[in-house]
Design a binder for this molecule. Structure first.
Ligand code: 13P
Length: 282
């Protein structure tokens, strides 16, 4: 089916107590592994392309590939800009055929985050796309001990309602103790903060930095109201390791390494789709 905006699927996830993952892709092999997983498990899924890739010359081609691959798939798939860095970039992504966008104004002063998000919402809604914004700041796993573990960047629950109301945003990424990339130490997720935020606003909440969370943490945040979980690093790190192992074995060649990459993306995507309860929801 054609790519879809993930709005209806996230609403169903919220009502059904499960989460839809966003898996970041970078190329044909990673995308193919994700599609094999979501088709095998009949699981609605968001495929993300990271903002840094959207400025590369092959971005429009990659988006066109994901769009064409989705048309051959019976399962609802959204193509979402992950961590959009500006209004202009969000518009470019929509022009490339993305069906949903994230504008990440989390490093901006609050008023600027509100103003930029509002601008993107107005434009994206005109073409039927959902907008995700980030309030607070999900940092990097490599700085975890000096940032997230110190509760730096955590979402301030007192401003959540105002932010949602003034921006008109559809999805909200919250900073509650996770971080992007591999953690220095273990993630500590603040479920009380999540519950405080959940009680204040009704829109689907998003957890970034899925890599490195325990299964119990994933189950707890989904119970606590997270409806979308972003995962990237684990997929690429595991695929990279498996490709290195495969390269050292007999008959290693380009095709075998590509196959290993696709198989790893499939296995890891299936793992998360089962864990998040997305399996069988399409
Ligand atoms: P990880 O790479 O830590 O899984 O985080 C992904 C993410 O949040 C992308 O937006």
């Amino acid at each position: 089916m054609p790519l879809v905006s993930i709005a209806a699927e996230l609403k169903r996830a919220q009502e059904g107590g499960y989460a839809v993952p966003l898996f970041d892709t970078a190329d044909v092999q990673s995308t193919e592994g994700m599609f094999q997983a979501l088709e095998a498990l009949r699981a609605p899924t968001i495929i993300g392309i990271y903002a840094g890739l959207v400025d590369q010359p092959n971005a429009r081609g990659l988006a066109a590939y994901v769009r064409a691959r989705a048309e051959d798939s019976p399962v609802p798939v959204s193509l979402m800009l992950d961590h959009g860095s500006s209004f202009e970039q969000c518009i470019r992504a929509l022009h490339f055929g993305f069906t949903d966008v994230m504008i990440d104004g989390s490093k901006l002063p609050l008023e600027e985050n509100i103003a930029t998000t509002r601008q993107v919402v107005r434009a994206a809604h005109a073409v039927g796309a959902l907008v995700e914004a980030e309030l607070g700041q999900v940092g990097s796993g490599s700085d975890y001990q000096s940032f997230g573990a110190q509760r730096k960047g955590f979402t301030d629950p007192a401003i959540v309602e105002r932010f949602v109301e003034e921006t008109g945003v559809d999805l909200l990424a919250v900073a509650i103790g996770t971080a992007h990339g591999l953690y220095q130490g273990d993630p500590q997720v603040d479920l009380e903060l999540l519950s405080d935020i959940r009680a204040r606003v009704g829109l689907p909440l998003v957890l970034h930095g899925g890599t490195g969370c325990s299964e119990e943490q994933f189950r707890a945040v989904i119970r606590g109201g997270i409806a979308k979980i972003n995962v990237a690093t684990d997929l690429f790190v595991t695929a990279g390791k498996n490709m290195v192992t495969r390269a050292a074995q007999e008959k290693a060649n380009y095709w075998e390494l590509c196959k290993t990459a696709t198989e790893t993306f499939r296995e890891r995507s299936e793992y998360y789709l089962r864990l998040f309860g997305t399996e069988g929801r399409a």
